[in-house]
Ligand binder design. Structure first.
Ligand code: 5AD
Ligand code: SF4
Length: 476
């Protein structure tokens, strides 16, 4: 786990290694079906991809299990975003290799970004895996598994310009039955200099909006009450109708999804400051069920560093976007991603990041030390010259500043009432429910009879920490 992150959620590390299973599948008699076990690392997109993989495997005689010991097929859906994420997976592979020695029939596969980045190295040098499948090659899994059964290794790391898995109905694994992710696009064309994603996930492409609306409608009909539209840069979503040539922007897609039902909450992630324009904000303002929350990563508060990062905006532009949010969606919460100790960053430039956290009043942030990734623009052009202890100290200052700002931000909610979607029992007590406000703030409150996950309640906030609000249900 990354000890440097102050919030309860961390895009990459907090959900590392979560195993998926499907409760329904455990009560059905599956005869002689083989069992697969999948662990997912990294971002929400990877978790969403694992549900696509589960769907493809379910169509070829596999069923999910939560018990790694009984699995015929063990898959790790991996993340390459920082070195530490890759190290965690390597360690895990060694543990799994020991299991495999005891059970030689077991097949082990690496999926996702590490598969794409390391390709044959994983098969040849490390010899820990039988199967290496990149993010655009999941449809080939049945064929690759056949090759493994025939005694060969299975590898497909081809990236695609058009694969969006649009027609695949994800198998919802490890689901609370209330909230779900829907991928609306894949890849990224941005080339931020620190980032490996454009290399591991390929070119950006958008999914047919009608398949997105139908997936969301299906989820709503099955009791889900919140969907999060996922993409590396949702604001650059663009789909052109092959017959009418009509263009579907992200604003238009958001509106189509919001119109499914007023009780279906709509969220989205991630927004890019250069592409997040007022059209999306006006749609957010128009529909109550589009949640007032934007994850708008700044990365650095200093314009010179932003330019080295190739973020294509400067601090003034970012501040203008925040002002636009405040004006058009006044109750909107904003969160961020921040990198400490990027190449050549000075103390003054680091101070600019600290002042930005305070100025932007982020409700929370995901905070990281810069980790050089082979092949990226920054690795080729700049020296990773900030010593580890300075990176660590700057990160600690960023975390401390964000905690202070989060606490102030959340404390302001005390005395206010929020509409909360109940997600389930609180982690600490089954006498309490947990749920989130439209602003994506986690709220804990005592249960009342007759209420269940998926219901909406009004909660009056009575106290706050830097990560959570506590309150009680009040009448509508
Ligand atoms: N080092 C540290 N953090 C990184 N991120 C992406 N690449 C790196 C890297 N090389 C962070 C960015 C991005 C988030 C998903 O991960 O803040 O927004
Ligand atoms: Fe990486 Fe930048 Fe694309 Fe995000 S927008 S995935 S940080 S290249």
């Amino acid at each position: 786990m990354n000890p440097t992150v102050s919030n309860s959620k961390n895009i990459d590390e907090s959900r590392q290694g979560e195993a998926f299973y499907n409760t329904d599948s455990e009560v059905i008699n599956h005869g002689n079906l083989k069992q697969f076990y999948i662990e997912s690392y990294g971002c929400s997109m990877n978790f969403s991809d694992s549900e696509i993989v589960a769907s493809i495997l379910s169509d070829c005689q596999y069923r999910p299990t939560r018990d790694i010991e009984s699995a015929d097929l063990v898959l790790l859906n991996t993340c390459s975003i920082r070195e530490k994420a890759e190290d965690t997976v390597r360690q895990r592979l060694r543990v799994i290799d020991k299991m495999k020695k005891r059970r030689p029939g077991m097949t082990v596969g690496v999926l996702g970004c590490m598969a794409e980045r390391l390709k044959k190295t994983l098969l040849e040098e490390e010899k820990l895996v039988d199967l290496v499948v990149g993010p655009d090659a999941y449809r080939d899994l049945p064929n690759l598994l056949g090759q493994v059964d025939d005694g060969d290794k299975g590898i497909n790391v081809l990236l695609s310009r058009d694969e969006t898995y649009a027609d695949i109905n994800p198998v919802r694994l490890e689901s609370n039955g209330v909230t779900a992710f829907i991928s609306i696009m894949r890849g990224c064309d941005n080339m931020c200099s620190f980032c490996v994603v454009p290399f591991t996930r390929g070119r950006e492409r958008s999914r047919d909006p009608f398949t997105i609306v139908s997936e969301a409608t299906h989820l709503f009909d099955n009791g889900y009450r919140e969907i999060t539209l996922l993409g590396q840069n949702v604001d650059s979503y663009k789909w052109i109708h092959p017959e009418t040539h009509e263009t579907y922007s992200f604003a238009k897609l958001l509106e189509l999804v919001a119109l499914i039902h007023p009780d279906l909450r709509v969220r989205f992630s991630t927004s890019h400051p250069k592409d997040m324009l007022d059209d999306v904000l006006y749609i957010m303002a128009r529909y109550e069920n589009i949640c007032s929350y934007i994850h708008l990563p700044i990365q650095s508060g200093n314009s010179r560093i932003l330019s080295l990062m190739n973020r294509t905006y400067d601090r003034a532009w970012y501040e203008d976007r925040i002002r636009a949010i405040r004006k058009i969606v006044p109750d909107c919460a904003i969160s961020s991603d921040i990198i400490a100790g990027f190449c050549t960053e000075t103390e003054e430039e680091h101070q600019d990041t600290l002042s930005m956290i305070s100025w932007a009043d982020y409700s929370m942030s995901y905070m990281f030390k810069y980790s050089e990734r082979p092949g990226t623009l920054a690795a080729r052009k700049y020296t990773d010259d900030i010593p580890e202890e300075i990176k660590q100290r700057r990160l600690s200052e960023i975390v401390a500043m964000q905690s202070e700002v989060s606490l102030k931000n959340l404390t302001r909610d005390i005395g206010h009432t929020f509409k909360v979607l109940i997600e389930g029992d609180s982690k600490k007590s089954n006498l309490d429910f947990k749920g989130r406000s439209a602003q994506n703030k986690m709220i804990i409150f005592p249960k009342q009879p007759g209420l269940k996950p998926g219901d909406y309640v009004q909660v009056l906030i009575e106290s706050a920490t830097s990560a959570t609000l506590m309150g009680r249900i009040v009448p509508n």
